[in-house]
Design a binder for this molecule. Structure first.
Ligand SMILES: Cc1cc2nc3c(=O)[nH]c(=O)nc-3n(C[C@H](O)[C@H](O)[C@H](O)COP(=O)(O)OP(=O)(O)OC[C@H]3O[C@@H](n4cnc5c(N)ncnc54)[C@H](O)[C@@H]3O)c2cc1C
Length: 454
């Protein structure tokens, strides 16, 4: 009989790992500490809670590596992608979801799965008699378990800062100043080319806003946090402003592809809000993650035209993310070299982002299920997004300078040099899907068939 798999953490990675392993016919025990113990960022007891943005980023599989990862995960029967597709909100070319519906669906599906047992408890140290464990406790791993991992790996955990953006009640936005439009009027699934709320800023308004961001009171770092870096893909907006007054205008406040209907012209800068729930009552400020103190966020963000009376459902904040030195510590199947019964998955392995975390959960679930059944599992080819990501964290990256990474085409083996520009990405994407199909139908075929059957 196959051994049980214990999965610690029911976030993006743990939920996907549980689904994949349970779908392969293996019994899974999923240990999640919420709602008994909270983290600094989670708010509910649901599985796969999205702690900040409600976007799983671009869904364009031919031109964007994260879109390709979506496509591969759909083909591999991903629960996270299935729930995201079912709870999709209009967001141009992005895959944005109703966060409550998304997490509730994943919670309901796993709770009803005959091969999944759910235990609401904190695991401070996986007992030695658990033979197959997946640690998927994320960037906010509880301190007791983080200490256990530190002792086991004999090294300090690595860390970086990630920030959260505020969410605004729709009925508090002044739509006589703001307007609905997607950049370049791009029509995505379920959308009509007018999916975002846009708040325009003139040159003087922008200068005053940037000055206020710079002067605003920030949350202080503790002494031991001062050397911790930010994740470059998710910089607080005031940190961007400190790099140069125009930096936000070339980042989240860029006005390209937008025209203010009151003037017919592109504004000097813009603040965009994206729908956050199915009802359309909550909208989040795109790229406005911040470590400004809460009262300062309210004061400064209300100077944005259209947001003078903004009511905030949630304000921004900053959190320290923990991850391990995977290239040094893990083997090609995500097992800890020092204790192969322990696998790691999700953001703790040094990938960054909801989708990447779930993708590593998908792989860990499949690898563990194969091991439980006494089967051999072949890692996905490096030409696929799943394989490129796995290769990066388990060997491709330099252990000495290892930092969290989003999936990107730079992680894929190069193509023939004659293929250039957009054609290059398309050719890589097509190669990836063809190779993924072979992988799914090949050595791992038995696991795949079972994972896909519901
Ligand atoms: C503040 C912040 C903002 C972020 N914003 C974004 C964003 O906007 N977009 C994006 O793509 N990514 C974002 N990320 C990064 C990342 O994608 C998410 O953190 C993602 O949820 C990681 O998935 P995971 O499964 O690894 O961890 P999580 O989803 O955090 O899941 C880990 C789970 O483990 C549980 N747990 C922890 N310790 C224990 C224990 N000892 N015993 C039992 N259970 C335990 C937790 O309660 C949690 O449910 C953000 C991260 C942080 C911290």
């Amino acid at each position: 009989m196959a051994r049980d798999i214990h999965i610690v953490g029911g976030g993006l990675a743990g939920s996907e790992a549980a689904w994949q392993a349970a779908g392969a016919g293996v019994r899974v025990v999923l240990h999640e500490m919420r709602p008994l113990r909270r983290t600094e960022a989670h708010r509910t007891g649901d599985f796969a809670e999205l702690v900040c943005s409600n976007s799983l980023r671009s869904d364009d599989w031919e031109n964007n590596a994260v879109g390709l990862l979506h496509a591969e995960m759909r083909r591999a029967g991903s629960l996270v992608l299935r729930a995201a597709d079912a709870h999709r909100l209009p967001a141009g070319g992005a895959l944005a979801v109703d966060r409550a519906g998304f997490s509730a669906a994943i919670t309901a599906i796993l709770s009803a799965h005959p091969n999944v047992e759910i235990r609401r408890e904190e695991i401070a140290a996986p007992p030695a008699d658990w033979r197959l464990v997946i640690v998927a406790t994320g960037p906010l791993t509880s301190p007791a378990l983080a200490e256990f991992i530190r002792e086991l790996t004999g090294s300090e955990a690595l860390a970086f800062f990630d920030a959260i953006a505020p969410i605004v009640h729709r009925d508090s936005i002044d739509m006589s100043l703001a307007w609905m439009q997607s950049r370049y009027d791009k029509v995505g699934p379920g959308g009509d080319g007018a999916d975002y709320i846009n708040c325009p800023l003139g040159e003087a308004e922008y200068a005053a806003f940037v000055a206020a961001l710079l002067a605003g009171e920030k949350t202080e770092f503790k002494a031991w946090e001062k050397s911790t870096p930010y994740f470059e893909g998710c910089l607080p907006v005031e940190v961007m402003a400190a790099r140069g007054p125009d930096t936000p205008r070339f980042g989240p406040m860029k006005p390209v592809g937008l025209a203010d209907p009151r003037t017919g012209r592109r504004p000097y800068a813009v603040v965009q809000l994206r729908q956050d729930n199915a009802l359309g009552t909550l909208w989040n400020m795109v790229g406005f993650q911040t470590k400004l103190k809460h009262a300062e966020q309210v004061r400064i963000f209300r100077t944005i035209p259209g947001l003078a009376n903004a009511a905030f459902a949630r304000l921004g904040g900053l959190h320290r993310n923990t991850f391990i030195n995977s290239p040094r510590l893990l083997d090609a199947e995500l097992r800890l070299k020092a204790r192969p019964g322990l696998r790691f998955a999700g953001q703790i392995t040094g990938v960054e982002g909801y989708v990447e975390s779930a993708a590593v959960g998908l792989l860990a679930g499949r690898f563990a299920a194969a091991e439980a059944e006494g089967l051999r599992s072949a890692p996905p080819p490096p030409t696929t997004a799943l394989g490129a990501l796995l290769g990066h964290i388990t060997g491709g990256a330099d252990a000495a300078t290892f930092q969290p990474m989003n999936v990107n085409f730079g992680l894929f083996p190069p193509l023939d040099a004659t293929v250039r520009g957009r054609d290059r990405k398309r050719a890589m994407a097509r190669r990836a899907l063809a190779d993924l199909e072979k992988w799914l139908d090949g050595a791992d075929g038995e696991v795949k068939r079972m994972a896909n059957s519901e």
